[in-house]
Design a protein around this ligand. Sequence first.
Ligand code: SF4
Ligand code: SF4
Length: 464
Amino acid sequence: MNDKHINRRNFLNILGGGALAVTAASCLRKSDGNDTPSSMASGDPAGGEMTYRVNPNTGDKVSILGFGCMRLPTLATENADGNNIDQEAVNRQVDYALAHGINYFDTSPAYCKGFSERAMGIALSRHPRDSYFIATKLSNFAPDTWSRKNSLAMYHNSMKELRVDYIDYLLLHGIGMGGMDSLNGRYIDNGILDFLVKEKESGKIRNLGFSYHGDVEVFDYLLKMQDEGRIHWDFVQIQLNYIDWKHAKEVNPRNTNAEYLYEELEKRGIPAVIMEPLLGGRLAQVNEHLAGKYKSLRPDDSIASWAFRFAGTPKGVLTVLSGMTYMEHLQDNLHTYSPLEPCTDEELVMLENAAREILHFPTVPCTDCKYCMPCPYGLDIPAIFSHYNKCINEGFVNEDTTDPAYRKARKAFLVGYDRSVPKLRQANHCIGCGQCKPHCPQAIDIPARMVAIDNYVESLKRNK
Ligand code: SF4
Ligand code: SF4
């Protein structure tokens, strides 16, 4: 990888929502000439009009806030088929999102135990087809889905579940996980990539792209294919936030700095779709010192809004995905992006300093994707990591028994642990079987982390 460094001046040159950014109260598709304004509810929490970016390939005016459909609201009970999505809540959120200018919805056959596409198909099909863009993925991760027959079945099933006869944004899912062997097995050797290109030519797919995690060799290879005129990528989905911009490898040695990924796309004019703007929720809660600084600068804005503004600032970003399980998340994000105020020079410097400060706290780089689940021994792996990270960010991980703050931190950690993770699902039940480890896109050594967290919990129990 040519890990090129962009200095801050260069970064600023690609910021600002310049030529590609438009602010409009409408979700418009330039190509069909049939522009339909979305309604903006009066007295809404957004306060203004959504910012849109224009896709240079199709002229799509895409809302800078994209609706991620990985963590849809759920009910306490499941249907006979295992589906526990709260369809009424999804319908309400989709209606609200559309009414407030969001027009990009990102799902996958792999999300919500395989039921996300169906839920989104039900919710979105209640609206005019030209009022939204649907993004889904060919999520043929398991080797038994690599065959041409099974991959085609997955693709056609997505259309059926989504109740559409064309897909606006189709992604090869999770490129980089498993390296070149996985790329070849899933998409090249079985002729699926050639098939998808033909589907695009026939109009069944309007934009073809890929989402990237992991091995940068694969990312570079796919862009080289475009350089050699063998394919045209209409968009690429990358992980970008103010930690990963320059420090991705400090979070996880397998990751690649977003600065490099973004610049490689930007110089080819490929729009970037952003995932993990909050780094799995970690940037929604920062330590008290940083939180105080953020609040003093923008008292009305949430902690998370700083990460969302950072992610939306580079002008080549088409949309920033946010998985909004709760209406409060949706409303807060609407407030941030209606309209987007790009980060200033001073704010970018402050966020880079914040990134360095956050990295001093050794949180687990878990993004709550749940690919490691279920654990055969019942552990709630993401919930354990989430509690641990939350306590670190709030200053509640403290092993110094002589520190006056120790008792408060100890109590907060232990009480919160029992509230967040049922006892039978806690780290002490890990037997180290390792079944979860290969599924983690962040390459977290989950069994080792479980031992470390359990040792920490035991030390807290011993040292009152
Ligand atoms: S290593 Fe631990 S957490 Fe992972 S699957 Fe086995 S028991 Fe579960
Ligand atoms: S697969 Fe990895 S990143 Fe995803 S929830 Fe599990 S531990 Fe976290």
